[in-house]
Each structure stands twice: as structure tokens, then as C-alpha cells.
Design a protein. Structure first.
Length: 295
């Protein structure tokens, strides 16, 4: 819900401009103008974000304005150069990038550990300076590495980072991705594997990104998984199945129920819209998704 003092300030500014209008405004019109200026008042049970890459054709500043107007609080998967832009519009970057070696080269392979550790340790101070406290990371592709070996390797590499992450109060968020359609051979492709990794790392500064689109493809059972394993999930992404399109009734997932399940766990983090709009007006699709997830 909007801060009452902020709402009063905006209302005062609007009222101050009424004397300049050619015709007086009724009180109803004044409050309507205030609501429009402040944007929609969402229920607030779900903090919503949007992934920048899905709207790459829209200039970032335009996307910031549109997101702010519809009640979105964050634009994510942005690197350091873009963080000041979202802050300019009163938004945050709920899940930044800017470290690591990409999706395919991750912590499951020890040959990358030195470079990965150096990369993440270099960005931690920048995150703190920007007022951010998370960053995305990846397991990497299997390339013949067994699931058990991958767990051991990831845990070993991530444990090297935990003292620094805990010092800077930064949470590393490893994404669960499907290896059937979009990311062939990716290792962290099942929630059970990711949960086991969290247990082996043994730090509250390591969590999973539970991507609902990816996990519906790999294993389904979305709501039961959220209820059972939510303590290991530090972030969520949406997406329509099949096709990663809009999250409305054209696809097989019922997002209002999923959002209610997330909210009921007491989750205070962000849920990011990561579907690829298929319709001519991508902003209208995003606004519809925000409304669907506002439970």
C-alpha cells in the first residue's frame, strides 16, 4: 500500500495546481487525479519485478516509467551500468547480474572456480554501494559430470564465496533451469538437486531461483514444491507453459493459485515476470500479468 504521507504530498501538489486550471475540479476528480499520479495500489502480498531481457526492444527508461505506473517495484537481470537508471525511477534491481561466466560455465566444474570466485568477490562491494543484496549464479552444464559430482563441486566452489557473501550480506541465487527445451545439459535442472545443494552449502546466503516456467517443464507439482521447499527459494520467475508466452488462460498454469501459495509461505522477496510477450502490445501483456499475480 502506498505511504499515506507520500499520498498526501502528491495530493497537495495536485490541489496546488487546481487554481491554475481553467475549471475547478470536484473532490472526486482530485482524488482520481491523485490515484493516477501515484499509480495503482496493489494488494502488496507479492512484490513484483520484471526481467529486462524480455522487453529488450523498449528503451530501459521507458520500461522503468511503464513498470512504475503499473505497480512493479523492480527491473532485474541488469548489470552495474544500469542500476542507476532504475534507481532514478524509484525502482530497485531485485536480482542483478554482472558476475560469473554465463549459464554453461558454472560452479559444477572446478576449473572455473578461481575465476568465478574472483568475479563474484569483485562485484559484492558494488552491490552494497548500490543498495542491492542479491546476485544470480548458475551451476553450469554437465559436460559428463554426474549429478553427485556436480553437487560436490558446486558446494566446494560456493563455500569459498560464503565468507565474503556473509560479510557483505549478499545472497547468491542459483537458477533452476529446464534442460529439455531451453538449456540442454544444464545441471541444476531439478528442485531436489538444488535443495540438496543448499543443504550442503549450509548458508542462508545461498538460495535458489525457483523458475516456475522451467520447473513446470521439468517436474510439475509446482504448488506442492513451493509449500515443501520454500525456505530454500530466494526468488521466483514466471512464464507461460508451453512457449513461455503470457501467463493468462492461454497456458496450462494457473498463476493466481501459485501466487497465493507463495504469499501464504510468508515470502517477502520478489516474483519477476519472465515471459516473452507474443502480442503486439508487450506493455499491455505485462500489465495483465501484474494484475493476475496481484492476489
Amino acid at each position: 500500500m502506498a505511504n499515506p504521507s507520500s499520498r498526501r504530498s502528491a495530493l497537495k501538489n495536485i490541489l496546488g495546481g487546481v487554481t491554475l486550471a481553467s475549471a475547478p475540479m470536484t473532490l472526486t476528480e482530485v482524488f482520481a487525479a491523485s490515484d493516477k499520479a501515484l499509480g495503482p495500489e496493489l494488494k502488496g502480498r507479492i512484490n513484483q519485478s520484471v526481467c529486462r531481457w524480455c522487453y529488450g526492444k523498449i528503451p530501459l527508461e521507458d520500461l522503468c516509467r511503464e513498470a512504475k505506473a503499473m505497480g512493479i517495484k523492480s527491473i532485474e537481470l541488469l548489470g552495474p551500468n544500469d542500476w542507476p537508471v532504475v534507481h532514478k525511477y524509484g525502482l530497485t534491481c531485485a536480482l542483478p547480474n554482472g558476475a560469473g561466466m554465463g549459464i554453461e560455465k558454472g560452479f559444477n566444474n572446478p576449473i572455473y572456480h578461481d575465476e568465478l570466485v574472483a568475479s563474484y568477490e569483485a562485484i559484492f562491494p558494488k552491490l552494497v554501494e548500490a543498495g542491492l543484496n542479491t546476485i544470480i549464479c548458475f551451476s553450469g552444464n554437465r559436460k559428463g559430470i554426474s549429478d553427485e559430482e556436480g553437487l560436490e563441486n558446486c558446494a566446494k566452489g560456493l563455500k569459498r564465496l560464503m565468507p565474503s557473501a556473509e560479510k557483505y550480506k549478499i545472497t547468491l541465487i542459483m537458477e533452476l533451469l529446464n534442460s529439455r527445451v531451453n538449456h540442454k545439459d544444464y545441471q541444476c535442472d531439478k528442485s531436489a538437486w538444488g535443495v540438496e545443494l543448499c543443504k550442503r552449502v549450509g548458508s542462508e546466503r545461498f538460495k535458489l531461483l525457483y523458475d516456475i516456467y522451467h520447473m513446470q517443464i521439468m517436474e510439475g507439482d509446482i504448488i506442492a514444491t513451493i509449500k515443501r521447499d520454500h525456505q530454500y527459494f530466494g526468488h521466483y520467475h514466471t512464464g507461460g507453459v508451453p512457449g513461455r508466452a503470457e501467463i493468462d488462460d492461454t497456458q496450462e498454469l494457473y498463476y493466481p493459485a501459485i501466487m497465493k501459495a507463495i504469499a501464504d509461505t510468508g515470502y517477502q522477496g520478489f516474483v519477476a515476470q519472465e515471459f516473452i510477450p507474443k502480442r503486439p502490445d508487450p506493455i499491455a501483456s505485462l500489465k495483465q500479468a501484474v494484475e493476475i499475480c496481484d492476489v
